[in-house]
Ligand binder design. Structure first.
Ligand SMILES: Cc1cc2nc3c(=O)[nH]c(=O)nc-3n(C[C@H](O)[C@H](O)[C@H](O)COP(=O)(O)O)c2cc1C
Length: 243
């Protein structure tokens, strides 16, 4: 284990009024109640396409001018959903700063959950030959890994968690210094609700020896695109430029 890295909070805990599409305040009690209708809406909006690759210009301005390889892992199944919007804005900023960015959308990819067979021995081939190969290819050389996720029942999404669990097979190769970013969205408005994801992120980084380069935690956003009326997309863009 390594010492816990210093933590940079870029724009957490700004709590805009939490208002649903119908203008009803969203709280923990009614988020479950409203979830079914919203899921139907999301299902009708289509599914994210396959993993998108982004290329970027030279001339990095951030990171002391050093051009970085960045891997962005997204976890929402909602096309143009709130965390996806944060990811896109982060990527735009990072590309403008000259970094090379690869985006992997876990929800539209085929990543089997780890089955604990231990065939990999925590540092070897996985029994599953699936889209995690793309993650493996890009995460090992990455200088920075960004995690973009909606809050699902106070944790990160299953889709993103499946990808993180598959780190098991490359554990020996990613225990090297990297930067990390967290982009997280949720409907409620509660620091306590945020704490499981924030703690998970912090402990994961501590374990891997990675350094937190910033977090965007966006409360009060439930429908697709609700985040567009908050300052968080701009903050994600600025974070991308400054990492
Ligand atoms: C299965 C599911 C579980 C959710 N759990 C929570 C939760 O525990 N707390 C919360 O505030 N919002 C919860 N939400 C709402 C989402 O976190 C919120 O809508 C978020 O902005 C979605 O991000 P996305 O648009 O990137 O998918 C949940 C939504 C779904 C579909």
């Amino acid at each position: 284990m390594v010492e816990q890295p210093p933590v940079t909070i870029v724009s957490s805990f700004l709590y805009p009024n939490s208002v649903s599409k119908k203008g009803v305040p969203v709280n923990r009690r009614n988020f479950i109640k409203t979830s079914l209708a919203a899921t139907v809406t999301a299902a009708g909006s289509g599914i994210i396409g396959h993993t998108l690759l982004f290329t970027s210009p030279a001339n990095a301005q951030s990171n002391g001018g050093k051009k970085m390889k960045i891997l962005v892992l997204t976890g929402s199944p909602r096309e143009n959903g709130n965390s996806s919007i944060l990811a896109s804005n982060f990527i735009r900023g990072a590309e403008e700063a000259g970094h090379q960015v690869v985006r992997f959308d876990a929800a539209s990819s085929d990543v089997h959950p780890c089955i604990a067979c231990n065939s990999c021995g925590m540092d070897g081939p996985c029994v599953f030959q699936d889209d995690f190969e793309m993650v493996r290819e890009h995460i090992i050389p990455a200088d920075l890994v960004a995690f973009a996720t909606p809050m699902y029942y106070f944790g990160i999404s299953t889709q993103l968690k499946a990808v993180i669990d598959r780190f098991y097979a490359i554990n020996g190769k990613i225990h090297v210094p990297k930067k990390a970013v967290l982009l997280m969205t949720y409907a409620n408005n509660s620091r306590r609700d945020e704490s499981p994801i924030l703690t998970h992120y912090e402990v994961l980084l501590e374990y891997l020896g990675w350094t937190d380069a910033g977090r965007i935690v966006a409360p009060g956003v439930w429908p697709v695109g609700a985040i567009n009326s908050t300052p968080f997309p701009e903050q994600a863009y600025q974070l991308g430029k400054q990492v």
